[in-house]
Design a protein around this ligand. Sequence first.
Ligand SMILES: NC(=O)c1ccc[n+]([C@@H]2O[C@H](COP(=O)([O-])OP(=O)(O)OC[C@H]3O[C@@H](n4cnc5c(N)ncnc54)[C@H](OP(=O)(O)O)[C@@H]3O)[C@@H](O)[C@H]2O)c1
Length: 354
Amino acid sequence: MKGLQAALLGSTGAVGQRYVSMLSAHPSIRLEVLMGGRSAGERYGKAARWLQAGGVPDEAASKKVLTSDPRNAEGCDVVFSALPAEAAAALEPKFAKSGLCVISEASAHRMDRDVPLVIPEVNPGHLALLETQKKRRGWRGSLVATPNCTATGLAMVMKPLLDDFQLDRAVVTTMQAVSGAGFPGVPSLLITENVIPYIKNEEEKVAVESKKILGTLADGGVAGSNVEVAISCNRVPVIDGHLETFYGEFAREVEPDGVKDSLSAFRGLPQKLRLPSAPERPIIVRDEPDRPQPRLDRLSGSVAGMSVVVGRVRRGLGNNSVQLTLVSHNTIRGAAGTAILTAELMEKQGHLGR
Ligand SMILES: NC(=O)c1ccc[n+]([C@@H]2O[C@H](COP(=O)([O-])OP(=O)(O)OC[C@H]3O[C@@H](n4cnc5c(N)ncnc54)[C@H](OP(=O)(O)O)[C@@H]3O)[C@@H](O)[C@H]2O)c1
């Protein structure tokens, strides 16, 4: 990679901090501009209530948090956005219109017809929508979205199952980490020693986003996949790492061992291109009866936190179904990591640049 200059919207939040720490060690993306809301004007080291081990990286700590104005990102090759949905709805199009390439974590534009919703291993071809987007909107820049954190791990597992065994439908139950709700998130008196069986809008998002991610390009948009997902989302007292139990039904007979082989063998374009943030194995299958677990498995992979870990692969209710459990890191694979990998792919394909 030739090297990219990046700006970050929502830099002080839970996901913003993940970007700051991941990019501080990135070989070719340099985080030049940190932007915020209420914290604009302060030094990042003071403004960010740092949630990760190891402290704020020195270079970021001394930077001033700037207002979320496209002029502050002028000259950057890419703008990562970790804004809440409402702020993203208003701000991201302004950045794209001004000529900047935005990669967003927010739900605001994920389902827009001409916005690619990308997991680089699963649907890199959806980036072709950017041509239509530029023409339709008259933007000099562009807007790409990354999926909801729960949908990301799930779609990565569904992709080989669709391709290799014609997955028809899935029933999923999640146990989602508290960092998924940002900071300060869920009050400790609600979540300690408890499970909350409701996460606002989450089930709807995962069901529709999965269809779009796994769908195919058609008529300047995406024709959704036929796969149906029924999902129940729960918040649990875990800091990072979403665990999902998955029951899948297929159009034909499947063997659990065949499913394990298919998941283990799954590779995508980022692996072929050897992109810096691409894990060697996007899906790691474990055989122990009590894995995966969030605390033990969320940082798995040759790039920490970028692999989804699957275990407990077993037969379901008959020969056409399997059950399994997966864990994926919600702020790495489910957010900053996938967006950074998307930027690496876009750079390689000539979609980024000043
Ligand atoms: N947490 C996860 O696991 C996860 C995973 C995938 C996607 N997401 C999505 O990522 C986004 C960020 O989530 P988060 O958990 O990091 O949220 P968060 O902790 O609440 O952080 C929000 C950030 O946005 C900034 N901000 C808020 N309102 C703003 C405004 N009007 N103008 C400019 N900046 C504003 C805040 O800056 P100040 O502090 O300066 O106000 C802060 O930096 C959300 O859209 C979320 O749905 C989260």
